[in-house]
Design a protein. Structure first.
Length: 149
């Protein structure tokens, strides 16, 4: 299978007659970013935009992914690991919610059944749970959540 590269996508766009403007090119690049890359950009933006909240540890990542070798997987399950937990938590009560939970996905990424169920449970217990597919969505969601109108 051919590797999914920016150049290949641009070539396919040209051949198929799709828009290759700067905006379309930006979307192509963004669609190639991994969930981790998008999340890292979101964290960098948050550190710069809300330095006091960052210093206070109010936004944090729930390290809930990956395969653990040996007995480590069993151990962390006994310690409280749960399938479906959101990637990020902004632990600030606002607008009647206890916290903002953010599930990060790359464009085209899908929510697993466990993630959907966990999100519904978070909402049921008074939190806001959202899914963000880009830095732009993350910025808007966090700014809207923290804004005190």
């Amino acid at each position: 299978m051919a590797r999914d590269t920016y150049n290949r996508r641009v070539l396919e766009a040209i051949i198929s007659g799709k828009d290759t403007s700067a905006v379309a090119s930006k979307r192509l690049v963004q669609s190639m970013e991994s969930e981790s890359q998008i999340q890292q950009k979101c964290i960098q933006w948050f550190q710069y935009t809300y330095p006091e909240l960052w210093r206070d540890g109010m936004l944090y990542h729930n390290a809930n992914e990956g395969i653990r070798p040996g007995g480590q997987g069993r151990r962390i399950k006994r310690e409280g690991l749960r399938k479906g937990v959101a990637d990020l938590c902004l632990s600030i009560p606002r607008k009647g919610y206890g916290a903002l939970y953010i599930e990060m996905k790359n464009p085209g990424g899908r929510i697993s059944p466990e993630q959907k169920q966990w999100g519904e449970n978070a909402i049921k217990h008074g939190n806001l749970w959202i899914v963000c597919y880009s830095l732009d969505e993350f910025e808007k969601a966090v700014n809207d959540y923290l804004r005190t109108d």
